[in-house]
Write a protein of this length. Structure first.
Length: 467
């Protein structure tokens, strides 16, 4: 039986240095709705398979093995104290693809990926051990925080809308599924009706699951996806082939020049990671306002240690283009929205997060689930990117406190989306330096407080979601 939490206290745990160990079924309650969401939303994670096949030349079974390894390591965050659904470093994926594409497909390209992911893991662990991870998130100006989050959101949307992207392949399916999904997830009208009857209550608790269910039917109906060919059994994995042909066990260590050439990419990726941590903190602070019954403890240093270790292990056992990030933004949003509905909906945010990951791992291993969602992997990936884009833009704008902040953030976001994270960071630093030189708060125009903009837009719901 799960240990019961007192009102206004933190979910029970076993202290272990910087970690707070919570064990399944002892400290973490099983949440059915989040499990079933994960079961079908494993389609999002399986979207990594086509990328691994195209850029690293992996067969389906080998790419599937990498996804499963990553899926197992997702549990590290929740078991060690992070109240999050971890995921990919999504906005950095296009940058990483560009980086490794400098090398020919084969051992050289794999070595470039291994060197990058190993270096990223070491950097994150160093920042977590020294405590610099938490300090970095506290000293960066609001304008730059806003710019990083906005840039991540715009990049996510652009990855779907670009020429040859998933929107060109599944335009009707994406429009229908996302229209319905956004209504259920974010519409004020639906939120006002969610307690109307039993059916609306069920829908309000389903998160983004309706998007995947709808895609399974809409995709074949409009001719943009094939009818699923359901197969039974357990998913075939290929550990031996993975270790022999795509890891240091078969290829050896990358040369030193690979580590050196990957440094700019590591820095750029960390900037995106930094944005994910800001977004995580914002989402959790926002959710905790609605749930005074539970104290939520998010520690950036602890998060650094965990996702740093995940990247380090993946670089050794299964280098991955999607990388190991601290946040699956779209899924965390869904988790937080359900969590806000009260303790009767989700006892603890930790239980909801681990139940979701129970579902995704089960989905990877069950062949009927894999074959059911395989035709709509592109639609599921698009849904993830668009939800992340929506939330990143909303959170990013609200992170700006003055009109100057928002102006800097807008330019910085555009540079990140078109020229990469490193150039975006440089533009933000320069703009903050020039615009805020000799800063005088008396002459600053607040973005929200007391303005007409606030009275019209930052109304009851937005005010409650302010971060």
């Amino acid at each position: 039986m799960t240990m019961k939490r007192e009102y206004g206290k933190e979910q029970p745990y076993i202290p272990a240095g910087p970690f707070k160990i919570r064990l399944p079924l002892i400290h973490l309650k099983f949440e059915k709705v989040d499990f079933f969401q994960g079961l079908l939303l494993c389609a999002v994670c399986l979207g990594a398979i086509p990328m691994l096949q195209e850029y690293l030349g992996m067969p389906f079974e080998v790419a599937m093995t990498v996804v499963v390894l990553n899926g197992i390591l997702y549990f590290a965050h929740i078991l060690l104290g992070d109240p999050v659904i971890p995921g990919w470093i999504t906005p950095a994926i296009p940058l990483l693809m560009l980086h490794i594409s400098q090398y020919p497909v084969g051992p050289e390209r794999v070595h470039a990926l291994i060197a990058f992911q190993f270096s990223l893991g070491i950097l994150a662990i160093f920042l977590g051990i020294t405590g610099l991870g938490k300090k970095v998130t506290s000293i960066v100006p609001n304008a730059m925080k806003s710019g990083v989050i906005l840039g991540a959101g715009i990049s996510a949307i652009m990855s779907i809308l670009k020429k040859g992207g998933n929107f060109e392949k599944y335009p009707v399916s994406i429009v229908i599924c996302m229209g319905v999904g956004f209504y259920f997830l974010f519409s004020s009208h639906f939120k006002s009706k969610r307690n109307l009857n039993k059916f609306t209550k069920i829908l309000s608790n389903m998160g983004s699951l309706p998007i995947i269910i709808l895609a399974i039917f809409i995709g074949p109906l409009v001719g943009e996806a094939s009818i699923p060919n359901i197969q039974w059994g357990i998913t075939n994995l290929a550990f031996k082939e993975l270790f022999n042909n795509w890891t240091i066990f078969g290829l050896g260590l990358p040369p030193l020049k690979m580590f050196i050439s990957g440094i700019p990419m590591v820095i750029s990726c960390y900037i995106v990671l930094f944005g994910d941590m800001i977004q995580t903190q914002c989402l959790l602070e926002n959710a905790s306002k609605e749930r005074p019954d539970e104290i939520i403890d998010y520690n950036p240093n602890r998060s650094h240690l965990i996702f740093g270790l995940r990247n380090l292990l993946m670089s050794i056992f299964g280098p991955d283009l999607t990388m190991s990030g601290p946040l699956a933004a779209a899924m965390q949003v869904v988790l937080c929205e359900r969590y806000k509905n009260g303790r009767e909906t989700m006892d603890s945010i930790h239980g909801g997060a681990i139940s979701y990951r129970y579902g995704t791992l089960s989905g990877y291993l069950l062949l009927p689930i894999v074959t059911l969602v395989k035709p709509i992997l592109g639609i599921a990936l698009a849904a993830t990117m668009l939800i992340q884009g929506y939330v990143s833009i909303r959170v990013g704008v609200l992170k700006s406190k003055t009109v100057n902040d928002l102006g800097i953030a807008g330019i910085m976001a555009a540079v990140i989306a078109t020229r990469g994270a490193a150039w975006g960071l440089l533009s933000g630093l320069l703009l903050c330096g020039f615009i805020n030189i000799g800063r005088n708060k008396e002459f600053e125009s607040p973005l929200f407080e007391g303005s007409t903009f606030t009275n019209k837009i930052v109304s009851n719901e937005i005010k409650a979601e302010e971060v």
